[in-house]
Write a protein that binds this ligand. Structure first.
Ligand SMILES: [Mg+2]
Length: 312
């Protein structure tokens, strides 16, 4: 019998979130589209296995910038056992230099060229890397400390209010899942209460909730209305939609997010981070894990991060 989503061990949720995010990034990499194609034209021939990404010179199973930065964040949290913004910024920059061919966005590139964050970009470049920080902060007793620490990590590259709200929304969902408190039918309202109902991101998530409740609307029509570009409102909106259409099915959620096109790798990665925390590592297809770049290293880092959080 399938275990209830409330009964997974903490380490299984940490591993599920980290490896789920990397799997989504990898699956979505070859499906990323130009912004002029807001949603992939069809789900009929959907891609369910890792493919090569000639655009970035990546073999099947290799991931992109999303996982470069999530892994850097993981390594930093495991090494210092606390949030050290100076050390994290240095680590992100070092790994960016090593892996700069893996599809980093302009705001991130500009941040490291200038040494200051981008205040104008409302892209998903901070939301896509927030997973490990959300895991680290998931058992904070003080929600305002959670908001403050997550915001300081976001602000290394992004300070636009909606880029911050979008990343906070993803972090909140991951932390709720890790604490076994995520209820799919209440997630959007609770997330909106956390980030603020008057924010553009809050409005967008409430729009997604309306789309989820509309009878007869196809998966594809939902993505078309929400949009799937890397613009934070679309990207995080599509992420919540992909997760909440099939909350108990990691594979369906991540495959759907990737095949909706747009910023497919980031959308599928964020969906994988949330769904992996909710459904644990047990939800991730074994063939994906067998073919995922640096799976053993990411798994080891996620177990170590879990032990650090359990100790605190
Ligand atoms: Mg990417």
């Amino acid at each position: 019998m399938k275990a209830s989503s409330n009964s997974y061990r903490l380490s299984a949720r940490f591993r599920g979130s980290v490896l789920g995010a990397a799997s989504g990034d990898t699956l979505g990499a070859s499906l990323e589209q130009a912004p002029s194609h807001p949603v992939r034209q069809t789900f009929k021939n959907r891609v369910e296995e890792f493919q090569e990404t000639p655009r970035l010179g990546l073999a099947p199973g290799q991931w992109t910038d999303d996982t470069v930065f999530s892994r850097a964040t993981l390594k930093c949290l495991v090494e210092y056992e606390r949030i050290d913004i100076v050390a994290l910024k240095k680590k992100l920059y070092e790994d960016y230099l090593v892996d700069s061919h893996r599809g980093f966005g302009k705001p991130t590139e500009k941040t490291f060229e200038r040494g200051t964050p981008d205040s104008e970009s409302a892209g998903c470049g901070a939301a896509m890397r927030i997973g490990p920080a959300a895991l680290f902060a998931s058992f904070y007793s003080d929600l305002e400390k959670f908001r403050g620490d997550i915001t300081s990590i976001i602000s290394i590259t992004h300070t636009h209010p909606e880029a911050v709200n979008g990343a906070l929304a993803v972090a909140f969902a991951i932390a709720s899942a890790v604490r076994s408190e995520l209820k799919p039918d209440r997630l959007i309202q609770q997330t909106v209460d956390f980030i603020g109902a008057t924010s553009d991101m809050g409005h967008k998530l409430l729009e997604v909730e309306g789309i989820l409740k509309r009878p007869g609307l196809s998966l594809e029509e939902g993505f078309l209305e929400i949009g799937t570009r890397g613009y934070i409102l679309e990207s995080v909106g599509a992420t919540f939609y992909a997760f909440l259409r099939t909350p108990d099915n990691f594979f369906e959620s991540v495959v759907n997010a990737a095949n909706a096109g747009g910023d497919a790798d980031s959308n599928a990665s964020m969906t994988g981070a949330i769904s992996g925390a909710f459904n644990s590592i047990q939800g991730i297809p074994k063939p994906w894990l067998a073919n995922l770049e640096a799976c053993g290293e990411l798994d080891d880092l996620s177990r170590r991060l879990c032990r650090i959080v359990e100790k605190k």
